[in-house]
Design a protein around this ligand. Structure first.
Ligand code: AMP
Ligand code: MG
Length: 406
């Protein structure tokens, strides 16, 4: 099988994602942050729900105070208090006013509010008004923001703080959201040791697993299985056969190259995951494996830490977001501030840093360490930079495609 292009790899993943079933669930308000709404939210009542005061002051009849000035105040009888949450019962007659607080229901008969600063203050029997006001002054009208039945949030809306607050505003204690994809992440390799343990000669610490775990949660996925496995066919087969029954997406690192102990490919196909591609014309991450069944996606990421991280960002993250019903991550253009080393026959990805200069122009610089084994090359990176195959480096000033990482 010859290498496929980055675009072909994306197309194969998109096709498999589209075929996967989507599940929904009802989730309580406090747990909705970061989730994606599965159905539109319609207003069940207008907002504001009732005419109310936008200021602390007095509810008046505008006509009564039409001649009021600081030199010649108008005196009104104070007949009650409309605090937020406790309306004033009764109707204002000519010559009367009611104290009103921000959010208090506008008393019947009133058609304007005078700010307390333009009066003699909160006095009980009578108040002097120092300023004329127009009809409607400082009143928030019923339905001026939202009318009953209006769509508040569309299906597919990612719920951030304001969207969660909008659900609360309309009294929703829970909402129907897309179920977060259930993911199994596993690292393979006889050399891997967990941080905190001692290393024997030739062993290294398992870092990929910990990168993948972070990346999964940032992509709105739910990691339900995590495991570090030996390069052992039986162990791999046992793990995968269980994981496919419990997860929507399996993400592995290592064991997909040409090595004698790289068993992931064979085991994946043995358990019924059909290979969609293996090997993409890209650097890093050429041995990327993608397989799927009707219900499960399998991403076999190469073991080199930069390769697995970059392949996740480029291929796994969009798939997880799509399964969660969220919009795809955006790619943007920036101007190179330093040369970008292209490859003659492969698409090149590199970690990089983007920032806006004083003119607001977005500038991008790739990391200077290029090795796919050098995870520290990505420390502090806020973007993934990429360029199609080509001869010679892209020079500063050239346009480059950028995927923001945060
Ligand atoms: P592999 O793809 O299994 O051939 O691994 C390629 C390189 O990545 C080797 O140098 C491995 O030791 C290294 N590697 C594999 N898995 C991990 C891991 N989980 N954490 C750090 N390095 C890894
Ligand atoms: Mg290995």
């Amino acid at each position: 099988m010859s290498d496929i292009s980055v675009a072909e790899a994306h197309a194969a993943i998109r096709a498999a994602v589209e075929g996967l079933p989507r599940a929904r669930e009802r989730v309580a308000l406090g747990e909705l942050g970061g989730r994606v709404l599965a159905e539109p939210l319609l207003a069940t009542f207008p907002q504001p729900r009732f005419d109310n005061s936008a200021m602390d002051g007095y509810a008046v009849r505008a006509a009564d105070v039409a001649a009021a000035t600081r030199e010649r105040p108008v005196k009104l009888e104070v007949v009650g208090v409309a605090a937020a949450g406790s309306p004033h019962e009764g109707r204002l007659a000519a010559g009367q006013a009611a104290q009103v607080m921000t959010g208090g229901v506008l008393p019947d008969g009133a058609d304007a509010v005078v700010m307390v600063e333009s009066t003699s203050g909160y006095t009980d029997a009578a108040v002097e008004i120092y300023q004329a006001v127009d009809v409607g002054a400082h009143i928030r009208r019923r339905g001026e923001e939202i009318v009953e039945g209006e769509e508040l949030l569309a299906a597919g809306q990612l719920l951030g703080p304001v969207e969660v607050g909008t659900l609360a505003t309309f009294g929703c204690a829970e909402a129907e959201v897309t179920r977060r994809p259930r993911v199994a992440i596993f690292a393979t390799g006889d050399e891997l040791v967990e941080p905190g343990q001692a290393l024997a000669p030739g062993q290294i610490y398992n870092s990929n697993f910990h990168v993948l775990r972070q990346l999964c949660s940032h992509a709105g996925a739910q990691v339900v299985i995590e495991r570090v496995l030996r390069d052992d066919v039986d162990e791999l087969a046992r793990f995968l056969s269980d994981a496919v029954t419990r997860c929507d997406v399996l993400v592995s690192s290592g064991g997909v190259s040409m090595g004698r102990f790289d068993h992931v490919r064979d085991v994946a196909s043995d358990i019924g995951l059909e290979r969609r591609f293996w090997k993409v014309a890209q650097k890093p991450g050429r041995p990327l494996l993608f397989a799927s069944s009707d219900e499960t996606l399998f991403f076999g990421l190469p073991g080199n830490p930069v390769s697995s991280t970059i392949c996740f960002v480029e291929y796994v993250r969009p798939a997880l977001l799509a399964l969660a019903g969220a919009p795809p991550p955006k790619k943007i253009h920036a101007r190179l501030a330093a040369p970008f080393p292209r490859q003659a026959s492969k698409h090149r990805f590199l970690f990089g840093e983007i920032h806006a200069d004083e003119q607001g122009q977005l500038l991008a610089a790739p990391t200077r360490k290029l090795g796919s084994h050098m995870l520290t090359s990505g420390v502090g990176a806020n973007a993934l930079l990429e360029a199609p195959a080509g001869d010679g480096p892209l020079e500063p000033g050239a346009t480059i495609l950028v995927t923001p990482l945060r």
